[in-house]
Design a protein around this ligand. Sequence first.
Ligand code: FES
Ligand code: FES
Length: 171
Amino acid sequence: MATKLKIRVNEHVHEVSGSRDTPLLYVLRDELHLIGPRFGCGLAQCGACSVLLDGKELRSCVTPVAAVAGKSITTLEGLPALWARKRKSAGAAQELHPLQQAWIDVGVPQCGYCQSGMMIQAADLLSTTKNPTEHRIRVAMNGHLCRCGTYPKILTAIKRAAAVMAKEERA
Ligand code: FES
Ligand code: FES
């Protein structure tokens, strides 16, 4: 059934139209032009489409847009503002999230297709677990697939970001 819905994405409220059953991923990419989340399997199996829903990782390819009305969605594009809010520093909203910076510093991506979902999952992990053990990181990232085999660099980048976040949150 076609309808209009209001959804909150990266702290902006958008009115979207179409079927209530349309996958959130399609709305993000096709209507809001947020291209961080990617279409991979379309079956909740790979994690390329992951976003945060009220801070928790969500597979947007299998989530009807109507299910997120009134909730807060964060995509890769919204991570800098999320980090700025956590630091209560509006002036820092233009800075990359420590995970994004670590990804660059470590040189994680190869083709890059999976990397938005990887950073989103890592953001979920680090929002609740400061300085996670390697085992904890491996468990958290287990449901995300990378055809290019960037897993060792992802591990390194998450540890690096965790250290930066712990240090800045203490400051
Ligand atoms: S595209 Fe959503 S999990 Fe693969
Ligand atoms: S970097 Fe290519 S699929 Fe992960």
